[in-house]
Design a protein. Sequence first.
Length: 533
Amino acid sequence: MPLYEVAQRELPPGWRRFVSGDWMHINPVGADGAPLPGRPTQGWKIHVSACLDNAEKTAAKVWDYCVPRALPFKFVPGPQPLHLRNSKYAGRGSSGKFATLYPADEQELHLVLQELGGLLDGEPGPYILTDLRWGNGPLYVRYGGFAHRYCVDAAGALVPAIENPEGTLVPDLREPAFHVPEWVELPAFLEPHLAARNATTTNDLPYRIESALHFSNGGGVYLGEDLRSGEKVVLKEARPHAGLAADRADAVTRLERERAALERLSGLGVAPEARDWFLLGDHRFLVMDHLPGRTLNSFFAQRHPLLEPEPDPAAVADYTRWALRIHRAVEEAVTAVHSRGVVFNDLHMFNIMVGPDEESVRLLDFEAAAHVDENHRQAIAHPGFIAPRERTGFDVDLYALACLRLALFLPMTTLLVVDRDKARHLAEVAARRFPDVPREFFDDAVAVICGTDTARGTPYVPVEPADWPRSRDSIAAGILASATPGRDDRIFPGDIAQFADAAVSASPTAPPASSTRSARPAPAGTRTVRNGC
């Protein structure tokens, strides 16, 4: 993994460096190599935000400021983990945090904000949703833990903790909104910055936000009402420098692409009409028509006959007729989009809205769309519908339409990411289960997914049943090989869920978030790790 230059610097005497997760910690230590005594375990911390383009020079300035002052800090040491930290579906509670500084007290906090804030003034970075911004620069503050301490929250999960005045560990809230624990007083020098944050509201907009439909690290999607007409609208939010895609485009860039695509498609009746475009705080908003109905994926639980172990043949036939009509309607919508020179680039079941009549369809979420002449590759796509890299232009959408042919009947196209030849097997199973579907419907899908020449080859053959004993023994041997009887905490590796990011939350990211004082009590089960984080 490439590292920034500052991550490879030689440490001066009296300093220790170590890596934990995607952080590189730089801490002053005593003569015996132990952490300096008297450092607080919690308090006001400073976060520094940075973009991919200015992260290296920002890290250098943080190093040059902190080391002479014996101020402990940590930072993301390379562009790859920083990109992932700010990607579209990264945890919003940790998004934007490039470096963290640990002042000893409020006096040092104020001094660092003033001095380092001046050195970094004007540098862009993603807004850190959990924190209070210092002025208009890349510095943010939050009261939280300095050492790794944990407690069990009300839901039974192990979460980061801080200590309340009674000495009890309680959850260190890292939701995407600024919180101050109820026993902590906001320093006076931060009050003007809190007032500036709370001054941004939706009160003067001609729209009323009713509910949140979706959140990502790039922003939220909200259902609202146009107060001038009473009509339902959808407001889509984009946070600058956040929600990065594989092509490094941020949420604002993608929202601009969506706006351009919707304007090109205006009047076709296959996509929402763009109504408005405005800036609130530093967040961009696109206002669109609200499309009634449900997304295509939501119909499986209600309609798909294979949910029953012995499906009624009449239900299979009824579903077949409906699914074929839906696919034909989606094909017509995609053809209309192509007629305006637009490549959708992200066709899948969550982006297909089926109307209340359960027959008509319209397409949603054009943030990946582009004019065919731009020759954009897919930067965001559903894994069950993502086209091979050699497919470009309209062929990207035609590939997704082919995947949809299989997914409507056998929703397992995510397997195609591993092996596109699996399309043959899926087609064979779907053809047996849905005998009223014309065989060419599936054969054409396989030809597009696998490529015409490949589709003429030997059909996909699953593992022979006679091979089961060898496969069984191989699986058992693999399980035994992973055993670690020398450990005293477990014999086999734990579930991947143990690595889940506890900071991920479903709270809104809308700009008018205000300060709240909140701390939930927790049971006594705790764990503390003093590693100078």
